[in-house]
Design a protein around this ligand. Sequence first.
Ligand code: IVH
Length: 677
Amino acid sequence: MDSLPSNQAVKRMIDQLVKRLEEANYAYHVLDQPILLDYEYDQLFHELKALEINNPELIASNSPTQRVGAKPLSTFQTMPHEMQMLSLDNAFTLQDILAFDRRIKSRLMHAKFTYICEPKLDGVAVNLLYESGQLIQGLTRGDGYYGESVTDNIRTIASIPLRLRGSDWPERLEVRGEIYIPKEKFKVMNADFVLVGKKPFANPRNAAAGSLRQLDSRITAERSLQMCCYSVGMMTGDPLKTQEQMLEKLNEWGFRVNPLIKTVKTIEACEVYYDAILERREALPYEIDGVVLKVNEFIHQKTLGVLVRAPRWAIARKFPAQEATTCLKVVEFQVGRTGTITPVGRITPISLGGVMISNVNLHNMQEIQRLGLCINDTVIVRRAGDVIPQIVGIASNSESTNRLPILMPIHCPSCQQKLIKTPGLVAIKCLAGLNCLAQKREAIKHFVSRKAMNIKGLGEQLIQKLLDQQLIQSAADLYLLTVDDWMKCDRMATRSIDNILKSLALSKQTTWKQFIYALGIHEVGESTAQILAHHFLNLNQLMVASQTELQQLPSIGETMADNISTFFKDPNNQAMIISLQNSGVTWPTNEIKMQHNAVLSGQNWVLTGKLSQMTQEQASDYLIALGAHVNPVISKKTNRLLIGDHPGSKLQKAKKLEIDIWSEVQFIELLKQYELL
Ligand code: IVH
């Protein structure tokens, strides 16, 4: 029988496993370059855990198994920072920045220096204390002199080393940086909160702060917090020379440092950096609220010194705000294409990120109740990317004495028909269909939209006028309008009329899929239209399809099948289709026929990267023809990822979730096998 390994040997095994896991952790969380697959990491982790369970005296404080959270605390202890944590002065304009540059130059008596430009992460500042390379303590910023000890919580954050890497680190060291939650993780976390009836966080910064200040660190461990470092406080040993050198060292010692940081020679170059980062702001996976400009050389920083709470050698160049407070004046109710009623808030106009905002989407009555909104409240409005501005909460200083409740409408604001709320569903609906003028207008808007018939130059106002003057009754009538009709409608210039007639004529050459989508059948979006287009060779086949046949297709359930067959049975819709065909709307015959033995049936595929033999759209067409679902994002449900060149983060995520990865070559083999190529 084999003898058990000696205590020494077990210790060596544990040390090796800890080291290997630390390396993998660093590669994944700090360098963004994974060296282990997820299951390999898990395997090593379980091996280590098993050894530790049998040898609890050998558990090292820096073991990755010790990151899962500790016993809950009853309160946070207040502790001093070894060196004060400074704050930053803000600059909002180019003038502010130029004045900052002049002040520096005059104080440095025109000595040579450089600036280092860093993205300003919008999270929570922390200060970590390392002694003999071990993480000893983690404090929040507090008042700059004293912070709260959140050490147990800090230890759960994977991008923070529990012990420093390498060997040239100082004996005692304070590391400063920002704790944040990536935008995607924030979205998922809030969606989960809503699911279980918890109040979601207003923004990723609040989510990071709330998660870091959990008395139970096991909760923090589940919150996907990250840390990016930007400075040191107290540090023993040889002093470093520049901020750039210090960031390099921090990275070597195991910390995440923002890769977008750049050293430049002039203030003009700082401004170019600011513009470039502002441009990338939306695309970045984390929230930033500006850039920080710092004099790079420590010797010059020392000369410049500190003024009360902020250094003279640094400034935060803030981006235009994306959040602002204003008054909610009125709530109106809009009718959507399928009759859903959506509340829209009219606010006192405000500028957000350089754009004037006067309307906000309030989604539904449940959202209004969740926010506890009333007319005349002072509200926080937020705009992010191309998302329609939202109200994220009532401002804490809102003290309106004239708060008026927002009442659910009883009748459709367009056709006055009584509204219906289906029990269990959030939406309230007008069921008048195309007898409701608003729904008719929305249906025509959908018909002309880019992914449908792609009729350019026909905006909402023009459609409304055509309807008001009864020049059209349905989308098909658009093709019957004469020059006289157009002149009657809007007293338009002949050139504009010419342009509209041209784009109407152009739109008649469409695709089978676009035509189906343009019909506006309830719940038939682009991907269902594609499925139908692949399965049915022509319009006649689709129009007479039975519900049973429809339901055999991927992702078409009972309701959808019912919507489709009801649509084609309606004589008004039949008349509209005939009229469209008589006007000359046509499409090429079906190119890729749906495979009846859909080999990929039930599989969820995601595509990423540039394919060399076909576009992503063509690849999706083939996948759908083989019965697969094609999704835009990777989730636990994804079965396969098809990758082209530069696959990006989807590939990493797929590896993490152990999703089957397919190359284009493999995919083409499959297509050939099924005679699609
Ligand atoms: S330097 C003097 N650098 O911004 C050093 N701060 O508004 C003070 N912040 O409390 C901090 N990114 O929480 C610095 N690259 C960066 C930063 C940064 C975000 C935060 C930090 C600070 C706040 C000041």
